[in-house]
Every structure is written in structure tokens, then in C-alpha cells.
Design a protein around this ligand. Structure first.
Ligand code: NAG
Ligand code: NAG
Ligand code: NAG
Ligand code: ZN
Length: 447
């Protein structure tokens, strides 16, 4: 090859690479994460009495494990199984220790890297085939999700308005998609956020699914038509934008934001424990390296601060706050930080019951539901408590599929059924908002 040809060849290779990078390969390459999970395992451990709970807390508390369920060693209780992701060098030790202590366990992912790669091949081939049309049955990068929001903003000006409520720690816009027939008068509103925790990829997939389904069924489905005519939905597909991007490219199991702590090497805050309500109480951690780190002060994270500001400004109109998480198959409402019954319990309980029944009607998937404190565990300062305290009478957190078979690696083939059933539940909650239930808003805040 002559130097000229060589140069042209290089340029074309480079160009091809850039194009491929924008569309298909880059996220996939990133997705392999440099083999960093080779040999890692995910254990499912079932402590059967208080003694075993104590032992397990001690063992796992001292190891550098990545808690999948529950979120930290202190939240282990005798009722629930514990899912932990263990680095390859620690797996042998943990096997031996659990056998020695006679604690019941199984390994549900025996090589995490393989499990990730299994899902990756499938994904890249699907993406290639569906360039023109947006594919709602794959997970998308942050950039793709943002382009999708702009596209919806352009193609559905009668129902959609996209705007930013602030900037993330790393300077990315925090986009919210307003969905509903535009009217001059102020409408009641429902807030839905997804992707508060970076690794819960099914969340952002659901937020996008919700928008697509709502728009497609407007003027065909009478319930949805009424909802879009009478309500505004504020939908935030990716709350923790920096964390989501980091989990996409660098560390699949990243959960927190990406803010920097100057005293420690560890980055990020649990965006669900950074709210200004019983801040950093039970269940949260004050140590920056923990996955449940509450941050240096309430609303220290720009993402939390921006959303809190938006909701405060619109709280008179916002009747329901819904936060989408994974995994556990639960529908939770306040309080999460204390064992007490909320004043409008009857309204909220019946809304939850209707939601879970609607969800079940799709594929027979069962959800547990109830106050977060008793259903999950007492946990501090979660956003539902904050929303409730600020006068939003219906505040829910969903923990979507599954119950720990795939955990955070819910395959793309399950996006459709998961979103379809969740859509029914959210529709039920939104429909309930339009009905009168005796919720005396004068009595807020109660907390
Ligand atoms: C869970 O714990 C509560 C209280 O400790 C108890 O009442 C309940 O029966 C337990 N459930 C299971 C499935 O063990
Ligand atoms: C794991 O063990 C290998 C070999 O025993 C060692 O080279 C590596 O540094 C260890 N990794 C960690 C994270 O400790
Ligand atoms: C969405 O569209 C409206 C016009 O309908 C425009 O004013 C607004 O800037 C758009 N949002 C974004 C984020 O581009
Ligand atoms: Zn979560």
C-alpha cells in the first residue's frame, strides 16, 4: 500500500470504528468489563435463626462483598435470603466458612463474567437488526436514552415535553419527560423516577416502556386516555445519570452516584439515602465506602437536590410519587424509617392492593406489599418518606423482578413481561389518584 492508501485505509478503519462505536460495539466492548468478574460468584444464603444471622453479619461485614439483597450486613435478618456477590479470591474462604458454621446456602451464579457475556452476545445481535426503530426490549446506554427522549419530544409535541431539572455531579443534564395532554390549567400530577440505583437496569427500561405504551394507547385505551387527559406524568428515566453510565461502561454492579469524597478514595452516595428526612438513620451508612452511604449531608448529591427542588415546587399538584427499583418483587409505601402506620393508610393500602392485583393479572407474578419498614426492613431516609412528608399522599417504591434468580442481571428477554405487568400496576395507582379517597392534605406533614 502507498502511504496515501495507507492513510485512507486508516481513516476508513477509524471511521468504521467510530460508527460502530456509536451504534453497537462500544457498549458491548465496555460491557465485558475487562474480564473483571471472572470467577466471581453470587451466593444465596439463608440464615435460619438469630444465631446464624449474627454469625453471617459478622462474616460478611468483614469481607469485601457486594451486597445484592439486602443492601448491607446490618440489614440481614432471619426471614430473608441474603444474595452477595463475592470476588473470586474470597469464594473458597466463604464456602468453607459457611460449611463450618452449618449455614444453608447455594451458589446461584457460579461465574459472574460468563453470565454477563451470555447476555451480551444476545444483545449485540439484537441491536444490529433494529437500528431504525427504537428497541424497547434491550437495555440502552445513557446516550441512547437521552436521544430517545429528544426524539419523543419532537415527534409527540401534543403529549410530551422534555426539560432538565438540573445537572449531575459530572455535569450531565437531568432530564424529565412530562407526559400528558397539554392544557392551560394546572393538572394533577404523578412523578415516576427510575435508575436511582445505577445497576438496576430494568428501571430505566420500564420508564421508557411506560412512555411508549402510554403514547401508543392514547385514544385507543380508555383508561390511558383519561389518565393522559387529566394528569401529567413527570417521568425521569435515569435519575442517577453518572452512576448509570459508569455501570454501563466500567462496573456493571455500581449502585451509587459518582460524587467524590475528598477524605476517602471511595466515590458516590446512595441516592436513596440522601434525602432530608431522618437522614442517615438506621440502615444507612456513614462510611463513604459502603453501598448505603448517606452522603456528607442531606441533599449533598446534586441529583437529589434537583429533584427535591422540583417536587417541592410542584407538591400541590403531585398526588403520587413512584420510585422504580429492583429486585425483590415488592411494592412498598411509607414509613420506611419507623414502625408506625401512616395517617391515610386505608387509601394507600387499597391503592397498593389494587396495583399488586393488576400486576398479578398479567402473568401471575406475585408481589409482596406493605409499609417498607415491615415488608423490607427499617431503612432510613428513603425518597418515599421524603415525598410523603412533603405532602404527596401516595408514595410508592417498586422493587421489580426477580426474587434473585438473575438478580441485577435480569435478561433482556424479561423486559417485556416485567414492564407489561408493572405498567398495569402503575396505571392502577394513577387511576386511584383520580378517585376520591379521604386524604386530608391539610394534615401533612405528619412525620
Ligand atoms: C418473619 O419474621 C416475622 C417477625 O420476626 C415473623 O412474624 C414471620 O412469621 C416471619 N416470616 C417468615 C416467612 O419466616
Ligand atoms: C487474587 O489472587 C491472585 C493470585 O492468587 C492475585 O494475583 C490477585 O492479586 C488477587 N486479587 C485480589 C483482588 O486480591
Ligand atoms: C422539547 O420541545 C420543546 C418544543 O416543543 C422545546 O421548547 C424544548 O426545548 C424541547 N426540549 C429539549 C430538551 O430539547
Ligand atoms: Zn434500588
Amino acid at each position: 500500500m502507498s502511504p496515501d492508501h495507507m492513510g485512507a485505509f486508516r481513516a476508513s478503519v477509524l471511521l468504521t470504528w467510530v460508527i460502530i462505536c456509536n451504534n453497537v460495539l462500544c457498549p458491548v466492548l465496555g460491557y465485558l468489563y475487562n474480564n473483571r468478574y471472572a470467577g466471581d460468584q453470587v451466593f444465596k444464603i439463608t440464615p435460619s435463626n438469630d444465631e446464624e444471622v449474627r454469625t453471617l453479619r459478622e462474616i460478611l461485614g468483614h469481607m469485601k462483598v457486594d451486597f445484592w439483597q439486602p443492601n448491607s450486613a446490618s440489614l440481614i435478618c432471619h426471614n430473608a435470603t441474603v444474595d452477595v456477590h463475592v470476588k473470586r479470591n474470597d469464594t473458597q474462604g466463604l464456602h468453607a466458612r459457611l460449611k463450618w458454621e452449618n449455614i444453608d446456602y447455594q451458589v446461584f451464579i457460579s461465574n459472574l463474567q460468563k453470565e454477563i457475556e451470555k447476555q451480551t452476545g444476545y444483545r449485540s445481535s439484537r441491536k444490529r437488526r433494529s437500528e431504525a426503530q427504537y428497541d424497547y426490549e434491550v437495555y440502552h446506554s445513557l446516550e441512547e436514552i437521552q436521544s430517545w427522549m429528544f426524539m419523543m419530544n419532537t415527534t409527540h409535541p401534543n403529549l410530551v415535553d422534555v426539560f432538565s431539572v438540573g445537572k449531575s455531579y459530572e455535569g450531565r443534564p437531568l432530564y424529565v419527560l412530562q407526559l400528558g395532554k397539554k392544557r392551560r390549567l394546572q393538572k394533577k400530577a404523578v412523578w415516576i423516577d427510575c435508575g436511582v440505583h445505577a445497576r438496576e437496569w430494568i428501571g430505566p427500561a420500564f420508564c421508557q416502556w411506560f412512555v411508549k405504551e402510554a403514547i401508543n394507547s392514547y385514544q385507543y385505551d380508555s383508561v390511558m386516555t383519561r389518565l393522559l387527559n387529566q394528569l401529567n406524568f413527570y417521568i425521569m428515566p435515569v435519575f442517577n445519570v453518572d452512576g448509570y453510565r459508569f455501570s454501563w461502561i466500567t462496573d456493571r454492579f455500581w449502585r451509587k452516584t459518582r460524587s467524590k469524597n475528598h477524605k476517602f478514595h471511595c466515590r458516590g452516595v446512595d441516592a436513596n439515602r440522601n434525602w432530608k428526612v431522618k437522614w442517615c438513620d438506621e440502615g444507612a451508612s456513614s462510611h463513604p465506602c459502603d453501598d448505603t452511604y448517606c452522603g456528607p449531608f442531606p441533599e449533598s448529591e446534586p441529583e437529589v437536590k434537583a429533584v427535591a427542588k422540583f417536587l417541592r415546587k410542584h407538591k400541590k399538584r403531585v398526588e403520587a410519587y413512584i420510585s422504580i427499583h429492583a429486585y425483590a418483587q415488592m411494592l412498598l409505601y411509607p414509613y420506611s424509617y419507623k414502625y408506625a402506620t401512616i395517617p391515610n393508610f386505608n387509601c394507600v393500602e387499597s391503592a397498593a392492593h389494587n396495583a399488586v392485583t393488576a400486576l398479578y393479572s398479567a402473568y401471575g407474578v406475585k408481589y409482596r406489599y406493605g409499609p417498607a419498614s415491615t415488608t423490607l426492613y427499617v431503612s432510613s431516609g428513603s425518597s418515599i418518606d421524603w415525598a410523603y412528608r412533603n405532602g404527596i399522599p401516595y408514595a410508592f417504591a417498586f422493587e421489580l423482578r426477580d426474587t434473585g434468580y438473575f438478580g441485577f442481571l435480569l435478561p433482556e428477554s424479561l423486559i417485556k413481561p416485567t414492564c407489561t405487568e408493572t405498567m398495569r400496576a402503575v396505571k392502577a395507582i394513577a387511576s386511584g389518584v383520580l378517585k376520591k379517597c379521604k386524604t386530608d392534605r391539610e394534615k401533612f406533614p405528619y412525620i
